[in-house]
Design a protein around this ligand. Structure first.
Ligand code: PRP
Length: 179
């Protein structure tokens, strides 16, 4: 396993610190309100599970699964909804939780479809931000850490569905995908 890791980018200790800071900011910004946290499957599962334990205002949790846009739809950024929310978002304060924002296309699409459903507010939270890869401008209200443009795995992020369970964020060794 460790031979597949080139370099640890965000250690377990650092993750804990960053998540706690995000939780504190969110708690203070939403004082007196109830949040509806929308966890975007699958990558955000680990981050979201840690984050909500650091949020001290009432919240409800729901999940959405979306497929990556294919080559042909990349310019429009349209993604397919594989699993929609169980509950209505109307009049709710939504917090979209992502593991990573890369091109920004997924988050932009999610904001636009959720906005059309009449929430009271929408904010976004992403643990990792890869600004070098951005194709569309999208606001990340709560961002954990900026990372360089490398293939990252762990803490929910996969390569061919492997490595999601690593407790840290790491750069995948190029030998793995050049095989
Ligand atoms: C990842 C991530 C975001 C999206 C970000 O999901 O969780 O949803 O890609 O990329 P973008 O900013 O370029 O749109 P992925 O499609 O890999 O699915 P997964 O979370 O199930 O692994």
């Amino acid at each position: 396993m460790e031979k597949d890791v080139k370099e640890v980018l965000v250690s377990e200790t650092n993750i804990k610190k960053l998540v706690a800071q995000l939780g504190q900011r969110i708690t203070s910004d939403y004082e007196g309100k109830e949040i509806m946290v929308i966890c975007i499957l699958k990558g955000a599962v680990m981050f979201c599970a840690d984050l909500i334990r650091e949020i001290k205002v009432p919240l409800k949790l729901d999940f959405m699964a979306v497929s990556s846009y294919g080559e042909s739809t990349e310019s429009s950024g349209a993604v397919q909804i594989l699993k929609d929310l169980d509950s209505s978002v109307e009049g709710r304060h939504l917090l979209i939780v992502e593991d990573i924002v890369d091109t920004g296309l997924t988050l932009r699409y999610l904001i636009s479809i959720l906005n059309a459903r009449g929430p009271a507010s929408i904010k976004t939270c992403a643990f990792l931000d890869k600004p070098e890869r951005r194709k569309v401008d999208v606001k990340i209200d709560y961002s954990g850490i900026e990372i360089p443009d490398a293939f990252v795995i762990g803490y929910g992020l996969d390569y061919a569905e492997d490595y999601r369970h690593l407790p840290y964020v790491a750069v995948l060794s190029s030998e793995v995908y050049e095989k």
